[in-house]
Write a new protein. Structure first.
Lengths: 233, 614, 257
């Protein structure tokens, strides 16, 4: 469904990605793991068209999307949840969701407000509150709900467990399971091995802008050296 | 009683037109983060177009209002063209480049209007059906004023509904907070920006069009309104339309009463109000923290010492400059003094902006204070040239000490606006205090004494002072003080966390920059033999910005290249007809072709050549 | 062991909401204390009152017997409190070593020196501090090019430049990979073990907390709801309910994956 081939990316003169290749299949949850600065977020931003200096190829449903504007990529059915949440603090919860709303797509599950409020009950209670009044965990929920309003087929979740309490992380794991049940494909970037193992089918490990491992968690367990080198658990 | 009520109504009518232009400016800033200097030009175009249309369809009520609305729409279209051809290409450029680009538009529009409508002031027709006065509490109130009083709140309500009750409005408000995220959610920001720009421009056009029954249409409308519109936006809070309304009412009503007591105050009153408001509410009445920030910028590279090769080039250049009077004509020496003065001025502005991170829209204030202080010392205190040359920078430093104290309490665009306010206050005082400063006539007869009166001797005096001043500023840039100043710019939090009194440090940086601008001012005053209020004006402040940006803000050599280029181009261009048009075009070309300035452009060109050779 | 920091009755409200109420604790010399709790529990507010960014409504904070209340952050720094930030905060337009030199220049009160060359001052001391965090080999690199983990280490070197008695670290390992988290906190623990400095840190990574903290305070809704060693906290049912959850997402025996 999503195929990344030999992706390179630069920030100014610093090359961050150096030939990343990976793919995400239909209704699959894939974890992209690696330490900070390894290139996880950069990979996601490149796919989403948020970086200007990129090279290689990104295909989504067979169509080339690298180099296209991010709004055009989103309209193809890719949803992006950034690591720092980036909710609109001066807009209400409901207005935040409105910004994300896009027409339904024939090939993707449709998420209305009611469906989302069922998935994130807190948001319903706080729908008239401003985004900035929410707690960190609620903001994390809102940013996912906002992306789902675009009825994506594939969703990119950048570090969903970062900086939030373990109880909320557990809730996040349940949400990701629900997304998979609904038929979505998910690419998450993660540093927390426990969490990644809990929610995803397969994993890639990235280090210095290159993929160093690809496989199931069983394979990872069979190669303790790899997790020790790149993740050090 | 009736008289005061009438004053109040006049104030409210003024508030409406001020609000229209300020709301547009605020919307444009909120969405695109561009400080749009050309907004005053849109206002002026609105007035001119309405004049033409309303005169054409004269007499009928429909003709008047139709002409006004059509003028606003045409201005909106012009805004669209400006956005598509210029601004869209530079949204990622440093914010000051955007400011300078819009100033280029100001110059072009000025000459275009001159070519189309001529230099004469035009008196527009009155609004049919609203051309009489009604008596309220015994005082005659123009009906048209009452209509304006109604139009302001009606437009405010319309904008509020648009922003809060339509999807488009929600998207615009989201984009003011995080443009990139809005794009990632599937919204084509480019069109959102264009639409916001069109709306803002049309509002400015409407503001101008509605003015034609009240004031003559003239070529001065653009810059005379833009200062006040900035002030209103800042007082209200950047990006806040309701804030702009409150601020417009506050200023206009205060003004309509203040002129009863002190008629000269109207030039400086808005700026005084702004200074007071910002001290108590640093983000304006309804502004939010963070609303002052412009487009984010990439961090600059660490400073390095000059390479031996560069050092040699520089020494050779200085030698050539020092020897130039021996083998060039006298007028070249005079021109080179202008270049050196401009360079020192630009370096001092760069010290404040590039190193200190404090953007100043009013740096000319300290240049002018230096020049005036020296001239007044000569005129009233009988100072000789050299003591006056010491006295000028001292006074400039004192002025910077005073205004800097207020300015460093703010940051970003708000700080820039407060510096503009300071400069406008000083300009207003100088302009109106005839007995002391000579007002518009300036101060004449500020010549060097006999021994220094030849152009060559004066060249060397200027050489020593300007090159020496630039050397000292560079030295400070590399000193602990300069490094810490850059540190405060990079991260105020971190600087505070290593024990730096960041505000005090910035304040001192402000004072140093002011003192050296003052030095440039005194050299200027004695080279021209006179000073005029221009030397404190907005135009000179913007010239300084253009010089710094032409050169490139992230290079210490930038202001030197920029100032030289600026003076030489200006010297050539101002001899031509429609020089503003040409100059504006040059500015736009530079901004679009080399958004990193001359220094950056040369570096890029150099890399391309090297790559080609390799 | 003597008490370095004493906090008594610390409270703060924002618009009627009590963000922190009646927080009391002592910090002994050489102690490594963790402050944990859900988002919005008041950790950052607490922190900001310790380092002078927020004035408390009530309560006292004293460092070695001197009150910190009402002092601006820079004075608190001069009294011997170093800090690192949740979002790293360094001078991006300078090199690594220049960043440390800035802290030393300020420590030696030379920020108003107008004529020395800043880059020639305190080079050896700065290098020694970089050695401490194993960053010497990157001394000449631009700070803006550093990897995130290295920025964190640089911040630590900056925070140690004036030999502080107390180090405040706000989510020091946020955004780091597990390996880097362990390395950074092991480094910090080593520095603490050498003596002379005590540490208070907030953290969401329970692996880091349980591995290094000598003592843990748990905040919820602005109040301390538990205090003790790692095993005490892990076994505390209230803490499990409001914060730790089932433990599936950090290193425990209870992982159900």
């Amino acid at each position: 469904m999503l195929e990344i081939q030999d992706l390179s990316a630069w920030y100014g003169r610093a090359q961050i990605l150096n030939g990343v290749s990976m793919r995400v299949g239909q209704n699959e949850v894939v974890a992209l793991m690696g330490r900070n600065g390894a290139g996880k977020s950069t990979t996601m931003k490149s796919v989403m068209g948020l970086l200007r200096q990129t090279g290689g190829a990104v295909r989504y449903d067979g169509r080339d999307i690298l180099g296209r504007a991010s709004h055009a990529i989103c309209r193809q059915g890719l949803g992006y949840v950034p690591e720092d949440r980036r909710i609109f603090g001066e807009l209400t919860v409901e207005e935040n969701l409105e910004v994300g709303r896009r027409p339904p797509r024939p090939d993707a599950p449709e998420w209305g407000l009611d469906h989302l409020y069922a998935l994130f009950p807190n948001l319903r209670e706080r729908r008239r509150n401003l985004g900035k009044q929410l707690s960190g965990g609620e903001q994390q929920m809102l940013t996912i709900a906002r992306t789902l309003m675009g009825n994506p087929r594939l969703i990119l979740l950048d570090e969903p467990s970062e900086g939030i309490a373990p109880v909320i992380v557990e809730q996040m794991a349940r949400v990701i399971a629900e997304l998979k049940r609904e038929g979505l494909s998910v690419l998450i970037s993660e540093q927390n091995l426990h969490f990644a193992r809990l929610v995803s089918d397969r994993t890639y490990i990235i280090e210095k802008g290159q993929i160093r491992f690809e496989g199931r968690f069983d394979d990872l367990d069979a190669n303790p050296d790899i997790s020790r080198t790149y993740l050090a658990v | 009683m009736g008289f005061y009520f009438a004053q109040l109504l006049t104030g409210l009518a003024n508030a409406s037109s001020l609000f229209l232009i300020a709301s547009g400016l605020s919307i444009i800033f909120g969405v695109t983060r561009i400080v749009n200097f050309a907004h005053g030009s849109f206002y002026m175009l609105g007035a001119y177009l309405a004049y033409t249309l309303v005169t054409l369809w004269s007499g009928s009520v429909l003709g008047f209002w139709g002409g006004v609305v059509l003028a606003a729409l045409v201005v909106g279209l012009i805004g669209l063209v400006v956005e598509l051809t210029i601004l869209r290409r530079i949204y990622h450029a440093p914010e000051l480049f955007q400011l300078v680009a819009t100033f280029g538009v100001v110059l072009i529009v000025q000459d275009a209007a001159l070519a189309i409508w001529g230099a004469e002031d035009l008196l527009g027709p009155r609004a049919p059906g609203l051309d009489r006065a009604v008596r309220i509490l015994g005082e005659p109130i123009p009906e048209y004023d009452l209509a304006l009083i109604a139009i302001g709140p009606a437009v405010l309500a319309g904008i509020w509904l648009l922003f809060h009750k339509t999807r488009w409005g929600v998207l615009v408000r989201a984009a003011t907070q995080d443009r990139e995220m809005v794009g990632a959610l599937g919204i084509n920001q480019a069109w959102l920006f264009s639409a916001a720009f069109v709306l803002g421009s049309a509002l400015a056009g409407l503001g101008g069009a509605l003015q034609i029954p009240r004031e003559a249409v003239s070529l001065q409308m653009d810059l005379s309104i833009i200062g006040e519109a900035f002030v209103v936006v800042v007082i209200g809070g950047m990006g806040s339309v309701s804030g702009a309304f409150v601020a417009a009412v506050l200023i206009s009503v205060l003004n309509s009463f203040a002129i009863l007591i002190f008629p000269q105050i109207s030039i400086v009153l808005p700026f005084i109000v702004m200074a007071i408001v910002l001290i108590f509410r640093p983000y304006g009445i309804l502004g939010k923290p963070g609303s002052e920030a412009g487009a984010p910028e990439a961090p600059e590279a660490p400073l390095t010492l000059m390479s031996p090769k560069a050092m040699m080039v520089m020494c050779a250049g200085l030698m050539a400059l020092a020897l130039s009077p021996l083998f060039t004509a006298e007028f070249t020496s005079v021109l080179l003094v202008d270049v050196m003065v401009a360079t020192l001025f630009a370096v001092s502005l760069h010290f404040m902006m590039g190193i200190g991170g404090m953007v100043s829209f009013g740096h000319a204030a300290y240049f002018g204070v230096g020049a005036y202080a020296a001239a007044l010392a000569v005129k009233f205190l009988g100072f000789g040239m050299l003591p006056a040359m010491a006295f000028g920078p001292l006074c400039a430093a004192l002025a910077a000490l005073f205004f800097g104290w207020f300015s460093v309490r703010l940051s970003g665009v708000y700080l820039a606006m407060l510096t503009l306010a300071a400069a406008q206050i000083l300009w207003g005082v100088t302009f109106q205090w005839q007995d002391f400063t000579g007002g518009d006539d300036g101060i004449l007869g500020v010549w060097p004494p006999g021994w220094a009166s030849s152009d060559r001797v004066y060249f060397y005096i200027a050489f020593v002072l300007c090159v020496g001043g630039i050397w000292v500023m560079r030295r400070i840039a590399y000193s602990p003080f300069g490094y810490v100043l850059r540190g405060v710019r990079d991260s105020q939090t971190r600087a505070e966390a290593i024990g730096v009194d960041t505000r005090f440090h910035q304040w001192m940086g402000f004072v140093i920059a002011g003192a050296f601008a003052g030095l440039a001012g005194v050299v200027f005053a004695f080279s021209k033999g006179s000073v005029f209020p221009d030397s404190l004006g907005i135009a000179l402040s913007i010239d300084g910005l253009i010089m710094v940006l032409l050169g490139g803000i992230h290079a210490l050599a930038g202001p030197i290249l920029g100032a030289s280029a600026f003076v030489l181009i200006e010297d050539w261009v101002t001899r031509l007809d429609y020089w503003r048009f040409i100059f504006g075009t040059i500015i736009l070309v530079v901004v679009l072709v080399a958004p990193d300035g001359i220094a950056g452009g040369i570096q890029r060109l150099w890399r391309i050549i090297k790559r080609g050779a390799a | 062991m003597s008490t370095v920091l004493q906090v008594r009755g610390l409270s703060k409200s924002f618009g009627g909401i009590r963000a922190v109420r009646d927080v009391n604790f002592d910090l002994a010399e050489g102690e490594f204390l963790a402050l944990i709790g859900p988002n919005g529990a008041g950790k950052t507010t607490c922190f900001n009152m310790l380092n002078g960014y927020l004035p408390p409504d009530e309560g006292t904070v004293s460092l070695g017997g001197q009150s910190l209340i009402g002092k601006p952050p820079r004075d608190i720094w001069r009294m011997g409190v170093g800090r690192t930030f949740q979002i790293t905060s360094t001078f991006m337009s300078m090199t690594v070593v220049e960043n440390v030199q800035m802290a030393l220049i300020s420590h030696h009160r030379r920020v108003f020196d107008l004529f020395s060359r800043a880059t020639r001052l305190y080079v050896d001391e700065a290098m020694a501090l970089l050695d401490l965090v194993s960053m010497r080999d990157q001394a000449g690199r631009a700070c803006s090019e550093l990897a995130y983990g290295d920025l964190k280490r640089l911040e630590l070197a900056i925070a140690l430049a004036h030999e502080p008695a107390l180090l405040l670290m706000d989510e020091p390992t946020a955004g780091m990979a597990p390996s880097e988290r362990v390395a950074l906190m092991a480094l910090t623990a080593e520095i603490v073990a050498r003596g002379g400095v005590s540490v208070v840190f907030t953290e969401h990574d329970m692996d880091v907390v349980f591995a290094h903290a000598h003592r843990i305070l748990v905040l919820n809704r602005g109040e301390i709801i538990a205090e003790g060693s790692g095993s005490d906290i892990r076994a505390n049912p209230l803490v499990q309910e409001v914060y730790l959850g089932g433990g599936a997402v950090f290193e425990t025996e209870a992982s159900d994956a």
